[in-house]
Design a binder for this molecule. Structure first.
Ligand code: HEM
Ligand code: HEM
Length: 285
């Protein structure tokens, strides 16, 4: 059962990477073959950075950041290293989202188009603001060494919930933005005749939904979670180390060098994880 399950995980991961990558390619094909390309001139070419950077950073990179802890071959890496990767990918996504915001606002101001009038912009800006709060709190609580363990454990379920909620909100905002842009660029009479651009960009919207669905599925399977750290279990011999409870081990590499002091090994860790899961002792969300 474990091997089948591992195969399923790999299939979903491969599909998510493919669908996410194709979404990025679609956004580029859209702006280059149907629109004005990319530029920083206060015109449409500057606006076009907005969808491209959103799909690349806020959708694709954020989605990957959310599931990095779940890659089974990283379970032998230190938790600290995985936190750096999770936080680093989310930081890259944040930077790309901010640049994409600068692009739309700058384009609007250069053309004297009003700001923040649409539901799309309200939901979108709200998502960006909550995302920056999530990123800041993530660093402050889970990466820096100051927060006490009970606080980490208490906040982890909220971190997971708010992270997934923001991800879903970003996808909703992207769909609204795509619809708006098609209506503006084609106007509704042309849009309703299903021209090639509309068909193509509708497909981009579908791909984004499929990508989100795959990420949410992987991130919500309890038995695909990274096993709790071994040293945390020493402190809590009854199993179920609460989330955020794990002590850091000092190594940051992923080598299989001698780790016998903690008896840490990814296959054993995985088995332990399955056992705990079956015993219903862990709650992911
Ligand atoms: C405008 C955010 C995705 C199309 C805006 C504005 C914000 C925003 C805050 C307002 C700019 C202003 O008032 O000057 C976001 C966020 C997204 C996202 C957070 C992440 C999901 C997209 C996508 C498209 C798009 C994928 C597709 C082309 C537009 C259009 C406008 C716009 C056409 C101008 C009209 C308006 O203000 O609603 N976006 N956007 N957006 N966005 Fe997005
Ligand atoms: C887990 C989202 C930033 C630390 C998670 C999960 C999500 C998430 C959805 C659940 C993953 C899973 O169940 O496998 C986000 C978002 C962030 C962000 C959207 C940025 C806006 C950070 C930062 C840190 C951090 C900066 C600091 C290192 C963690 C930790 C876990 C986690 C320790 C638990 C992983 C585990 O034990 O399985 N995050 N996160 N997060 N995140 Fe974040």
């Amino acid at each position: 059962r474990n091997m089948e399950d591992y195969g399923l995980f790999l299939a979903l991961l491969g599909s998510a990477l493919l669908v996410g990558f194709v979404s990025v390619v679609f956004s580029l094909v859209w702006v280059f073959s149907y629109r004005e390309g990319l530029g920083w001139d206060g015109g449409f070419a500057e606006f076009n950075w907005h969808p491209v950077l959103i799909v690349t950073g806020f959708v694709f990179i954020q989605g990957i950041a959310i599931i990095v802890y779940r890659l089974p071959w990283t379970w032998k890496c230190s938790k600290l290293l995985m936190k750096f990767i999770h936080a680093g990918l989310n930081t890259i996504a944040m930077i790309l989202a901010i640049v994409s915001m600068v692009a739309v606002f700058d384009y609007h101001n250069a053309r004297s188009i009003p700001n923040m009038y649409s539901l799309h912009s309200w939901i979108g800006l709200t998502a960006v603001i909550f995302y920056s709060v999530q990123l800041f709190l993530g660093f402050a609580i889970f990466l820096l060494p100051f927060a006490p363990v009970p606080l980490r454990a208490a906040l982890m379920p909220i971190h997971v919930y708010s992270g997934l909620l923001i991800f879903v909100t970003v996808i909703a905002a992207a769909l609204m933005g795509i619809t708006e842009k098609l209506l503006f660029a084609l106007n509704s009479t042309v849009y309703s005749t299903s021209p090639p651009e509309a068909i193509f960009v509708n497909c981009l919207g579908l791909l984004i939904v499929i990508f989100g669905a795959l990420i949410l599925w992987m991130a919500s399977r309890p038995h695909w979670k990274r096993p709790p750290e071994e040293n945390a279990k020493v402190q809590q011999p009854n199993g179920g180390a609460p989330e955020g409870m794990e002590a850091e081990s000092t190594m940051t590499d992923c080598s299989n060098a001698d780790k016998s002091d903690v008896g840490f090994n990814s296959e054993a860790a995985r088995k332990r994880n399955f056992k705990l899961d079956e015993a219903g002792q862990r709650s992911t969300m």
